[in-house]
Design a protein around this ligand. Structure first.
Ligand SMILES: Cc1ncc(C[n+]2csc(CCOP(=O)(O)OP(=O)(O)O)c2C)c(N)n1
Ligand code: SF4
Ligand SMILES: [Mg+2]
Length: 482
């Protein structure tokens, strides 16, 4: 029998940058992890494996919130930080858009087992072609040691000072066992980042997971029992002993599932998306305007509520207002309110236009209320600030009693006259543009028209109708008490 000789490598892998320029501050050669932390060991295994397997150029390492969120400082590969728990969902999007990429979803036990459990399980169950590196250190490391779903029974943490109790918190979550029970995943193994022997096993498991992905065989999970000496309040040796004796007796090491041989490479439908549209959206949100005019200065934030019947185009009205602001380089947010109202009742959305970063998209204290039915007027008028603007559709609403500035327009009648009731939202938008005249943006009319053309860009006839409704609304606005 020939003996397999493993080559021991020294020095930094070319899977890492030589100098960690992305890391802020003066320390550019070392990682930010604490001494004895399992993350640093796993990073080395990943860097080395992706180079050896020839996967580096197409590799995307996704790290959500947790101590490893800054892993993109280190790898000479594509790296993305994503919101807590969302790596498998983002990875799915990447793989669907570009099935040729390789995705490592690098997740902690808090991230994967708590906030992101559903995202993770659904991706596993769909058999996405990704490798999940699950770092189980039994604790929320980044936030100073709160209890995680994998915290052992009796383990003391910042939020379980008397130890985790089964009666109160249940048993620790056995993620690998749970995933192994699903049909789709092809490979599930639990390893430990402790002794040299265990790290060698971990190295093999990781390579197997990555190789499966290279062969397009589907979903692999490798759970790494890992040390967080700082929060366990142990030194590195005590931590490793604790992992091997305590953790591994509840989370046994070994392969739980390996059916890669029996599965053909997966193939998904070809991605369908309009690249230009994606670029347009991304580039605009990065503040680099490709359509429209230069940045316009708003004199103050506009916090707008649009409300009316479901089906009146209320949500698109808000979208068009947001698109108008976006085209002028203004920060915007659009927050729709869905729910039972959409089925025939009232619908509303909140739009914020601001020169500054928008703290909250929720609009309570409203500068501008655009009401298209009586119920919405009754509901939202009390939120209009003194001196705010009320604009309403006179077709179906009686004149309200308020000290605010009031404008009205027969938006629904204009739309019916033009030939399509669905243009009522553009008619009221025309009136809105007229309300802004004189005290807000200079080229608001042009910007609104651009927003309409952009919204309906695939339907020329609708552009014509909506532009006519917009112009008519602008001409017909009535100032009621200014
Ligand atoms: C949406 C959201 N909720 C909560 C937090 C706070 N938070 C930051 S890291 C973390 C837990 C990280 O623990 P884990 O995933 O186990 O990673 P570790 O740091 O242990 O590697 C939490 C709850 C957050 N950043 N975002
Ligand atoms: S807090 Fe724990 S998980 Fe985070 S870097 Fe330090 S040892 Fe690692
Ligand atoms: Mg953790």
């Amino acid at each position: 029998m020939s003996k397999v000789v493993e080559k021991v490598k020294f020095g930094k892998s070319s899977g890492f940058f030589n100098v960690f320029e992305r890391r802020p501050g003066n320390i550019k050669k070392n990682m930010h992890y604490c001494p004895g932390c399992g993350h640093g060991i796993l990073h080395k295994l990943i860097a080395e494996a992706m180079v050896d397997l020839g996967m580096q150029d197409r590799m995307i390492i996704i790290a959500p919130v947790g101590c490893s969120v800054f892993s993109y400082y280190y790898y000479d590969a594509a790296g993305i930080s994503v919101p807590h728990g969302r790596a498998p969902a983002v990875g799915t999007g990447l793989l669907r858009a570009n099935p040729d990429c390789f995705v490592i979803s690098y997740q902690g036990d808090g991230d994967l087992g708590a906030i992101g459990l559903n995202n993770f399980l659904q991706a596993a169950n769909r058999g996405e072609n990704m490798t999940v590196c699950f770092v189980n250190n039994g604790i929320y490391g980044m936030t100073s040691g709160q209890m995680a779903p994998t915290t052992l029974v009796g383990q003391q943490t910042a939020t379980s000072p008397y130890g985790r109790s089964v009666t109160n918190e249940g048993y620790p979550l056995k993620v690998a066992e749970m995933v192994a029970a699903l049909e789709s995943p092809i490979y599930v193994e639990r390893v430990a980042l402790t002794s040299a022997k265990n790290i060698r096993t971990a190295r093999k498991a990781l390579r197997k997971g990555l190789f499966n992905m290279k062969q397009r065989k589907g979903f692999s999970l490798i759970e790494f029992l890992s040390g967080c000496p700082v929060n366990l309040k142990k030194n590195a040796k005590e931590t490793n002993d604790w992992i091997e004796q305590e953790m591994a007796s509840y989370f046994p090491l070994g392969c739980l599932k390996d059916i890669e041989d029996s599965r053909p490479p997966i193939s998904r439908p070809k991605p369908i998306f309009d690249k230009d549209e994606v670029m347009d959206t991304l580039i605009q949100s990065a503040g680099n305007i490709r359509w429209g005019k230069k940045k316009t200065v708003l004199r103050k934030d506009l916090r707008i509520k649009c409300a009316g019947f479901g089906g009146q185009g209320i949500l698109s009205l808000g979208m068009m207002i947001a698109a108008m602001g976006q085209s002028r380089g203004i920060n915007v947010s659009w927050l729709p309110s869905y729910g039972p109202e959409m089925r025939g009742g009232t619908a509303n959305c909140s739009v914020v236009l601001s020169n500054d970063i928008i703290g909250s998209p929720i609009v309570k204290e409203t500068n501008i209320l655009i009401a298209m039915n009586q119920q919405s007027m009754d509901k939202f008028l009390p939120d209009l600030i003194p001196g705010g603007i009320l604009l309403y559709d006179r077709t179906g609403i009686g004149q309200p009693k308020t000290k605010s500035r009031i404008f009205s327009v027969e938006a629904s009648r204009i739309a019916v006259d033009i030939g399509d009731i669905r243009c009522a939202n553009s008619a009221i938008m025309g009136a809105f543009a007229a309300c802004l005249k004189g005290f807000e943006m200079e080229d608001y009319e042009e910007a609104f028209e651009e927003a309409i053309r952009k919204t309906f860009r695939k339907k020329q006839q609708l552009i014509d109708y909506n532009i006519r409704a917009f112009s008519k609304g602008k001409e017909s606005v009535k100032i009621e008490n200014v």
